[in-house]
Design a protein around this ligand. Structure first.
Ligand code: NAD
Ligand code: UFG
Length: 337
């Protein structure tokens, strides 16, 4: 199993995963429509690895293009990252979100079935757990209760994949539920580049540090947590990317099966702890003020990541220091891009 097709290969997680796969000797065939990324990411991947992705520009909803890609390449497995990911936008644009995040996966699975390629890793999210009563969250915790179309689109695709496996158990399907990916590649050449003002904590803190933004708003300090602010499981993007290599190895070894893993560190940090760590590691001051809670936020969300350790032999190795250092390094290097 050598040739891996990556959808959304130029995005945040897709670019880092491409790097890890290329470094491990895999061939990467990539697709992206640049709806949330830039072509220069391809050059950055080449600069880091010395290897090129066989790249196709286009949309995952384009069945003919997918057929062409599968015909021109001997694809062994697919990693599907292509999706829209803004929780806020999804509330205002549910149709666009369900088309891009659900219909596109159906198009992909249909072509995979036609071409008899039956191994896929799908990017899901901890958001499928809603407000879990059990912390740390295990894969056995109930899913559902999502509060926005983005989260529901992930839930729908998980269900579609379960049904597919029930209908044909020769598929090898791996669902990864990511917690909070942060940081960037150590080179500072690839990282998270949200359009406009970042909605997520870490890129926002980084832009306050570089003075591109004036002040961080901390959404609530009256949660039932250690210091009243929200607690999350932040995971370094390079650790997360490496898990996909392990996922591919698992699909190679077990050939078929339905596998679901949480990808997190198993540690929860509060917003104030993140600010403090960032200030200390990077020797900068982060201006912030406490404001109202953000609607839809849960108090605490962190993973029990022991199943991935047991079955994939993967666990996160990089701590808060690397997350803060690499996030800031990337933001500093990319201020005017
Ligand atoms: P991203 O927006 O950085 O990357 C997605 C990439 O897919 C972009 O390059 C975009 O241009 C491309 N794309 C989108 N729709 C496409 C389409 N129809 N056809 C072709 N290309 C398309 O997002 P990311 O952070 O790398 O996330 C990757 C996946 O992981 C997504 O499915 C996302 O929902 C999921 N996820 C992300 C997070 C997170 O916090 N980053 C958390 C949980 C799950
Ligand atoms: N926060 C602030 N100020 C900000 C941004 C965030 O205080 O400007 C707080 C939030 O209230 C929360 C924590 O920082 O307590 C983390 O918030 P993020 O927006 O960075 O991340 P979320 O946990 O809300 O959501 C992320 C992704 C979702 C994904 C979810 C679960 O954005 O797509 O993790 O994996 F579904």
């Amino acid at each position: 199993m050598k040739n891996i097709f990556i959808t959304g290969c130029c995005g945040y997680i897709g670019s880092h995963t491409s790097v890890e796969l290329l470094n491990e000797g895999y061939e990467v065939i990539g697709l992206d429509n640049f709806s949330n990324s830039k072509p220069r990411v391809l050059d950055a991947i080449y600069e880091i690895t010395g290897k090129k992705i066989k790249f196709y520009e286009g949309d995952m909803l384009d069945k003919n293009l997918l057929k062409k890609i599968f015909t021109e390449n001997k694809i062994d497995a697919v990693i599907d990252f292509a999706a829209f990911k803004s929780v806020g936008d999804s509330v205002n644009m549910p149709i666009e979100y369900y088309i891009n995040n659900v219909s596109s996966v159906l198009t992909l699975l249909n072509v995979m079935k036609e071409q008899d390629v039956k191994k896929i890793i799908f990017s899901s999210s901890a958001t499928v757990y809603g407000e879990s009563k059990i912390i740390p969250i295990t894969e056995k915790c109930s899913i559902g209760g999502t509060t926005n179309p983005y989260g529901t689109s992930k839930l729908f695709v998980e269900k579609i994949l379960q049904d597919l496996y029930k209908a044909d158990n020769t598929w090898g399907i791996c669902i990864f539920r990511y917690f909070n990916p942060v940081g960037a590649h150590q080179s500072g050449l690839i990282g998270e580049e949200p359009n406009g003002v970042p909605a997520n904590l870490m890129p926002f803190i980084s832009k306050v540090a570089t003075k591109e933004l004036k002040e961080l708003k901390v959404f609530g300090n009256d949660y039932n947590t250690k210091d009243g602010t929200g607690v999350r499981d932040y995971i370094h993007i390079v650790d997360l990317a490496k898990a996909h290599v392990k996922g591919i190895e698992k699909l190679k070894k077990d050939s078929s099966g339905m596998f679901i893993y949480n990808l997190g560190t198993g540690k929860g940090y509060s917003v104030l702890e993140m600010i403090n760590a960032f200030e200390k590691v990077n020797n900068v001051k982060i201006n912030y003020k406490i404001v109202e809670r953000r609607p839809g936020d849960v108090a605490i969300c962190y993973a029990d990541a022991s199943l991935a350790k047991k079955e994939l032999g993967w666990s996160a190795l990089l701590g808060l220091e690397n997350m803060c250092k690499d996030a800031y390094n990337f933001t500093q290097k990319n201020i005017n891009n």
